[in-house]
Design a protein around this ligand. Structure first.
Ligand code: SF4
Length: 202
């Protein structure tokens, strides 16, 4: 991609490609390190995110920040984005055509940040990245190697808050998935194919 992350964000900020433009306060593009090793992808902005212009700042965001801290990561070390960049009215689920319209922004973010690990939070992000109609409760706990990245699907923090909270099985699962992310980040980065060829590893 020939533009920078900042330029892509500026382009998104005036986007009217789908009906979600009509009800937003502002576009919530993404936040964090532009060269992060790990990118977290949620569903879409909620009330607080729409007001503040930053993803994951409400109650679910506070839980995400806490879970990051538990594995020694700070928000500024990672990159955080959503499948759709504008708040769906009443926090309804994003519709398929809205997800399709917004897809180029997320694809661009992935190309520009180039994370080694992508953590998909909930069904919408997981289905979009894996390009399969999977259920998060079936695929979480697994790793997927895709386009040179490791994809780690896990529950959306909002689902934990709606469910059993701290003592729930979902909370234990998300903790285990975040620990897995930390472990992947501690592994040496894979050798690019071109280098493998030069070293005669093929
Ligand atoms: S949700 Fe995405 S595609 Fe739709 S208006 Fe907002 S930025 Fe554009």
């Amino acid at each position: 991609m020939s533009m920078t992350l900042e330029e892509l964000g500026a382009l998104a900020s005036t986007c009217t490609l789908c009906r979600l433009a009509a009800g937003r306060t502002q576009v919530v593009f993404g936040v964090g390190s532009p060269s992060a090793d790990v990118m977290f992808i949620g569903e879409g902005p909620g009330y607080h995110e729409d007001k503040q212009g930053e993803p994951f700042v409400g109650a679910a965001g506070q839980l995400l920040t806490r879970l990051l801290g538990e594995v020694g990561l700070r928000r500024e070390d990672v990159y955080i984005a959503n499948v759709v960049k504008c708040r769906p009215p009443g926090n309804r689920d994003p519709l398929p055509d809205e997800i399709d319209s917004c897809r180029p922004y997320l694809v661009g973010q992935l190309e520009l940040v180039r994370p080694r690990v992508v953590v998909t939070l909930g069904n919408f992000a997981t289905r979009m990245i894996l390009e399969r109609q999977v259920s998060i409760s079936r695929v979480r706990g697994q790793r997927f190697e895709l386009d040179g990245r490791t994809v780690v699907p896990t529950f959306h923090p909002a689902a934990i808050l709606r469910g059993g909270g701290e003592a729930s099985a979902q909370m234990a699962a998300i903790r285990s998935d975040f620990a897995a992310v930390r472990a992947i980040l501690a592994e040496p980065p894979p050798v690019p194919a071109a280098v493998e060829e030069q070293l005669g590893l093929f």
